[in-house]
Write a protein that binds this ligand. Structure first.
Ligand SMILES: Cc1cc2nc3c(=O)[nH]c(=O)nc-3n(C[C@H](O)[C@H](O)[C@H](O)COP(=O)(O)O)c2cc1C
Ligand SMILES: [Mn+2]
Length: 490
């Protein structure tokens, strides 16, 4: 049985010893973020140690509790997806990808259960949902009733950092769900920080092209069962429904309920829902915001979200996350995505053996890729493939190593990669879209990327010198020293 909702997940975390309740009053303005830094980040920097999820029961100035760091460890991501190891999710995805077009009757029959399973993940519309226990309209809505955090001193205000932003493609009617932060401007207005390459921004542009004076319906859900709550960050192709993917992850369809005031649907089990619209001709300054780069993202112009209706559960739990200098909670969320989508990458590019995105590289700055090299220039082919692969296009630096390098062992990667390169020969630059948050790029959203071919060089790549063998002790000597070991007194 999938986790029913966020509060059930809270109980699961508590039972697993992964959650701490904080009964003292703590201020959502800066203080909660500082507690999170001390408990989660400082602990997370020591090997094999991560801090617990935190449930602040008495945030100052609000009657609703705050849940933070709920996904801030590999174990908690496993609990979220109800698996013993993240590889299980990867294997399930791999199983579906391997489904070839059936040849004979026997193959067709064999595939039926899998196809039926796939069908059973489609979101299901339901008549009513717990998210509508309380319905507020107009001046009865006050976002500031919720314990929305300000996380860093120079932030432009309070930000909703864990929203599911629902929009519809104005041309196809297909749904998108993205996790885009929302700066709270007042009781009923927020920013809508969908970056230019994201699907929400594309819906906005297409709607504006049709009618620049119009608006686009937007609904936002905050807090749901874990797979659903996380679905907004998944880097999946446009027009692939994140709610379908959430259903796949939880092995049960997500129940969706119609909004009160627009034609969108939201997860019925959501803790809080904000319904409203974005005007297509209205922009407002958003930021600064202490971001997951560890620096403040600068102010910029973004669309504005107007809330017309707010619905929520009685005793709603406000789910949020704190970003800042890495590693923070989002590192573990991203790590799970990296593991889960590895089979998808491998299906498109079978030469890829493994990838790693170290925490300090905050996803977009560094990807280490191990490949089974088969032909001259193969490493550069893989770089170009990654730069054209969904949100991996943002990768500022790609290091390609041979299949026998452990990409998760930073010390091995640094050692072997540096030994394998002649910098002038092996570094490749490319130009293209970069992450909006990259403050060093020559201009916002556009800049250069670098690939390092750190594979062994071949004669067929113009390398005429012999390549040396890596040093390893021979088995005979090892066995003799094993036999001697006890006599050595070491
Ligand atoms: C905690 C967190 C906050 C995020 N904030 C933003 C944001 O403010 N703007 C944005 O464009 N992407 C943000 N992202 C990344 C997007 O959620 C991610 O790129 C997602 O795939 C976007 O969905 P889409 O592909 O449907 O547009 C955030 C991710 C996380 C985990
Ligand atoms: Mn999407």
């Amino acid at each position: 049985m999938a986790h029913r909702d966020l509060r059930e997940f809270v109980k699961v975390l508590e039972k697993a010893g992964e959650l701490k309740r904080i009964r003292a009053e703590v201020d959502p303005l800066l203080e909660i973020a500082e507690v999170v830094q001390r408990v989660a980040r400082d602990a997370g920097r020591k090997p094999n140690s991560v801090g617990p999820a935190l449930l602040f029961e008495k945030p100052k100035g609000s009657q609703y509790p705050v849940l933070v760091n709920a996904f801030g460890s590999v174990r908690r991501m496993e609990l979220a997806f109800e698996v013993e190891a993240l590889d299980e999710v990867a294997a399930r995805i791999g199983g579906f990808l391997k489904m070839d077009t059936p040849q004979g009757l026997f193959d067709k029959i064999k595939m039926l259960p899998k196809l039926a399973e796939l069908g059973s993940f489609f979101p299901k519309s339901v008549k009513d949902g717990a998210c509508k226990e309380i319905i507020r309209k107009g001046s009865d809505i006050n976002l500031l009733d919720f314990p929305i955090l300000q996380t860093w001193p120079q932030d432009g205000g309070r930000y909703i950092t864990f929203p599911l932003v629902f929009t519809k493609n104005p041309e196809t009617g297909k749904r998108n769900v993205g996790m885009y932060r929302m700066q709270v401007y007042d009781e009923r207005t927020t920013g809508m920080h969908w970056q230019t390459q994201k699907h929400g921004a594309e819906h906005f542009r297409r709607a504006r092209a049709k009618n620049p004076e119009g608006r686009i319906a937007v609904s936002v859900a905050i807090g749901a069962d874990p797979a659903t709550a996380l679905a907004g960050m998944l880097p999946i192709p446009p027009d692939l429904d994140e709610m379908m993917f959430a259903g796949f992850l939880r092995r049960e369809p997500v129940e969706m309920v119609a909004c009160q005031t627009n034609d969108l649907e939201v997860p019925a089990n959501a803790e809080i829902v904000l319904e409203g619209y974005v005007n297509l001709n209205e922009m407002r300054t958003e930021g600064p915001f202490g971001d997951h780069t560890g620096f403040y993202s600068l102010e910029a112009e973004y669309p504005v979200f107007h809330v017309e209706c707010a619905t929520h559960r009685k005793e709603a739990i406000y789910l949020t996350t704190v970003v800042g200098p890495p590693p923070q909670e989002d590192f573990y969320m991203g790590y799970a995505v990296e593991r889960v989508f590895l089979p998808v990458m491998k299906m498109q590019y079978p030469e890829i053996v493994d990838v790693a995105m170290p925490a300090e590289g905050i996803f977009h700055n560094l990807m280490i890729v191990a490949i089974r090299k088969s032909y001259p220039g193969h490493a550069r082919k893989v770089m170009n493939a990654i730069w054209s692969l969904g949100q991996a296009m943002f990768t500022k630096m790609i290091v390609v190593v041979d299949h026998d390098v452990d990409v998760h062992n930073a010390s091995e990667v640094v050692w072997k990669a540096l030994c394998a390169i002649d910098p002038e020969r092996d570094v490749q630059f490319s130009l293209g879209p970069v992450d909006t948050l990259d403050h060093a790029a020559r201009m916002q959203d556009y800049g250069s990327k670098m690939g390092i071919d750190a594979t062994r060089k071949w004669k067929s790549e113009g390398f005429e010198r012999p390549w040396p063998e890596e040093i390893v002790m021979d088995a005979g000597t090892k066995a003799r020293v094993d036999a001697l070991w006890k006599t050595l007194g070491i």
